[in-house]
Design a binder for this molecule. Sequence first.
Ligand code: NDP
Ligand code: F7E
Length: 313
Amino acid sequence: MTQSQLLPEQARIFVAGHRGLVGSAVARRLGADGHEVLTRTRTELDLRDAAATAAYLRETRPDAVVLAAAKVGGIMANSTYPVQFLEENLQIQLSVIAGAHAAGVERLLFLGSSCIYPKHAPQPIHEDALLTGPLEPTNQAYALAKIAGITQVRSYRSQYGAAYISAMPTNLYGPGDNFDLETSHVLPALVRRFHEAKAEGREEVELWGSGSPRREFLHVDDLAAACALLLRSYDGAEPVNVGCGEDLTIRELAETVRDVVGYEGRIAWDTSKPDGTPRKLLDISRLASLGWKPRIGLREGIAGTYEAWRATL
Ligand SMILES: NC(=O)C1=CN([C@@H]2O[C@H](COP(=O)(O)OP(=O)(O)OC[C@H]3O[C@@H](n4cnc5c(N)ncnc54)[C@H](OP(=O)(O)O)[C@@H]3O)[C@@H](O)[C@H]2O)C=CC1
Ligand SMILES: C[C@H]1O[C@H](OP(=O)(O)OP(=O)(O)OC[C@H]2O[C@@H](n3cnc4c(=O)[nH]c(N)nc43)[C@H](O)[C@@H]2O)[C@@H](O)[C@@H](O)C1=O
């Protein structure tokens, strides 16, 4: 397939998971680019239901599918509910990817995650590091489901010549994130913890782990721009990392969020909580070679995320 055939200019694109952090940003972006975005809520279509998903895709036959529906959560949710993280993700991937192919959908973008790479992969992590070593235990079930998804996509390419691709985003954040303290990722959790401590006049905020792990954070609107670019111009079997190219410690992140929120109390660390993987900075040279670069700086992105969340309170 030539580049100009990869995606029609005004394509009909099913965004699975359009109410989530990623799906909502991707839907906004594709809509702004002039595409028609098709959506279904979970009540209308449970994507674990393979027959219903296949029927929906057969009836609508979109030009492309973006698979941004998944069971997603932070470190505690992942380590507490490995069964759901493994099984729901496998089920959704089987339904959507197989259903899309059966319906004749020509283009599909699957979203994985940087946790697919080995815990001690050389940094920054190149896509070739996949399956070269043991995974981080706190999210192994989720990572294995995602690796199965990448393999499924590659298999449809090699066996049937389908123009299906995978992107591996780093830790994401932005408006529409999950702010539930039990299940969220670290960045929205910190925004909420500092906001509530400030409102209640507390002198200390307790965070999880040691504060020493390093993480890379990308604004979800930058990810959405990368997804739009990949749909237009990438057709390779290898997954494509999506990150900002820089990381920081959780302690540095906490200090930045504390500043943005305007909290002046102390930070304490609960080392009985897991740190997770020590570092997972992505090598983004493959995506950069397609002409992509991130636009939203971390501090600016946190400020916008905080403002958007406060508007929902
Ligand atoms: N957030 C992050 O930091 C990162 C995310 N990713 C990947 O991006 C993708 C999206 O993540 P994110 O947007 O953060 O997750 P969210 O939890 O914000 O959104 C997930 C979406 O999937 C939908 N969904 C889940 N299960 C089903 C189901 N059975 N049937 C129909 N819809 C379902 C949810 O529906 P409902 O609204 O009804 O709950 C929700 O809209 C995932 O593949 C994830 O692995 C990758 C790296 C980092
Ligand atoms: C995107 C990615 O996200 C997950 O991996 P993670 O990066 O380890 O997850 P996280 O964002 O929850 O934590 C990052 C770090 O931050 C520390 N931390 C401090 N205080 C809080 C806190 O209050 N909440 C949370 N959640 N973490 C905290 C925490 O202890 C850890 O050291 C997986 O779902 C994985 O599968 C995946 O794909």
